[in-house]
Design a protein around this ligand. Structure first.
Ligand code: ATP
Length: 428
């Protein structure tokens, strides 16, 4: 039952408890204000008397270590105070990461490279966010790497991303529809599918390349080097999904793994990881909301929409035509052929990372295209990061043009474009 809070309602929270609420009603807005005490939202400290606005779809927890009074104004669908939260355990893990950073600083080594793993809907992205916020509050500048191509917390679906954190780190600020391609504190790679399983070989090689570049980049800045990396992963933890986790841990030279809510996965990792990797099992928060397949699809669409149109700060994307002749359009991965049909010296697997030219056709409609930094296909297209994304909103076969929705006005920063399986209907 929806609960109407007209003039605002005060909630008094004891130490180590949290207020959880969800907003489902379309166009609903809820305002939260910290009246007294101390409180934080997923690691971000709330400023007293400041109004925080939440909109439809928000699933929020405001936690307090010391006790506080919160005022909530607006219509929430669920709102309750919970005293059962794993926050103290999460804080202890942050303290352990901080120790690793301090020791890295002393020895001039790389800081913690911490990977967060677990099945779907256990709060992996939320835990990463808490770790990052706590680190930033202490003046650290860890990198955030997100290889969850389906439900990444901040990257566009189908992409993998590494982000640098700035002084004023804000999670939603990282929802980076880089307003312009040139504003990019980020390294983004194109994968082009919703799940790593759609092309395991390509996923693996993209992760390898991303890890190599990220680790190398850490040597450039001492502060980043000691602060380390927080790495968010997919909820696919069985079979090939597990193999990807092992490969990712190896590629990123991970030295700490936080396993949320699955003892089996924890034991497998304890068995398979070298002894220098600390593997820690953590409970999931009872507040984490499970998402249906439909909701996941909806959220994926929303992420793409936010890429072009912004979240809180509205962005105004551009729409323009590009001639077929000005496009160098490719997709990665050719249909599988048996080994016997492959040229000498090549395996069927190689086809999975083959860069294949695509002739523009009406089937491009609504597809996302990644703009590669590669000048030609002679370069390592898979291993080259992308400048950003556009969406095809029209294909005119007569005039031999496509129309694209783009965060930046024409011209495109490069004409090597990579086709993604992901589609977006631009209905605002
Ligand atoms: P996926 O498997 O899809 O990657 P995940 O494991 O990363 O999911 P999250 O995205 O972190 O899960 O959390 C799912 C949802 O639960 C998010 O909307 C988040 O805001 C919400 N959530 C997380 N922790 C809490 C909490 N303590 N109280 C209320 N909501 C929460």
């Amino acid at each position: 039952m929806a609960e109407e809070v007209k003039e605002g309602k005060d909630f008094t929270l004891e130490a180590d408890s949290e207020l959880r609420f969800e907003i489902e009603d379309k166009d609903a807005k809820v305002y939260v204000m910290l009246i007294s005490g101390f409180a934080e939202m997923f690691g971000t400290e709330l400023v007293k008397k400041k109004k925080y606005e939440f909109r439809t779809g928000a699933k929020v927890a405001v936690f307090t270590y010391h006790g506080c009074v919160l005022n909530v104004n607006g219509k929430t669908d669920v709102s309750y105070i919970s005293k059962e939260t794993p926050m103290v355990q999460y804080l202890n893990c942050h303290a352990a990461l901080e120790q690793m950073r301090a020791s890295a600083e002393e020895k001039d080594e790389r800081g913690p490279i911490a990977m967060v793993v677990g099945p779907l809907d256990v709060g992996k992205s939320t835990l990463c966010r808490i770790f990052l916020n706590y680190a930033v509050r202490l003046g650290r500048r860890p990198l955030y790497a997100d290889i969850d191509v389906g439900q990444g917390a901040i990257s566009i679906p189908g992409g993998l991303l590494v982000s640098k954190l700035t002084d004023s780190f804000s999670w939603s600020g990282l929802l980076v529809s880089k307003k312009e391609f040139s504003q990019k504190p980020l390294l983004v790679y194109h994968f082009g599918h919703k799940s790593p399983g759609s092309n395991n070989v390509l996923y693996k090689s993209t992760v390898s390349k991303m890890a190599e570049v990220t680790l190398e980049s850490m040597n450039v800045n001492k502060r980043t080097k000691y602060s380390g990396i927080i790495l968010n992963t997919c909820g696919w933890v069985k079979g090939d999904g597990y193999a990807h986790l092992l490969h990712t841990a190896q590629a990123f030279e991970v030295n700490a793994i936080f396993v949320l809510d699955q003892e089996r996965l924890y034991n497998e990792l304890l068995r398979d990881m070298p002894s220098f990797v600390r593997v820690v099992l953590l409970p999931k928060s009872g507040g984490v909301v499970e998402r249906s397949r439909d909701l996941r699809n909806e959220q994926r669409d929303l992420r793409i929409k936010e890429y072009f149109y912004g979240h809180r700060t509205p962005f105004y994307p551009f729409s323009f035509e590009v001639k077929f002749q000005d496009l160098k359009l490719y997709k990665i991965g050719a249909p599988p052929l048996p080994d016997s049909c492959m040229p000498i010296g090549m395996k069927a697997e190689d086809n999975k990372t083959k860069v294949v030219a695509v002739t523009p056709s009406p089937s491009l409609l609504h597809h996302i295209l990644a703009i590669s930094f590669a000048e030609t296909t002679d370069e390592d297209v898979i291993g080259t990061n992308v400048a950003g994304f556009v969406c095809v909103t029209d294909v005119d076969m007569e005039r031999q043009t496509i129309t694209v929705l783009s965060p930046q006005p024409r011209p495109l920063p490069n004409n090597v474009l990579l086709l993604s399986e992901l589609q977006f209907m631009d209905i605002v």
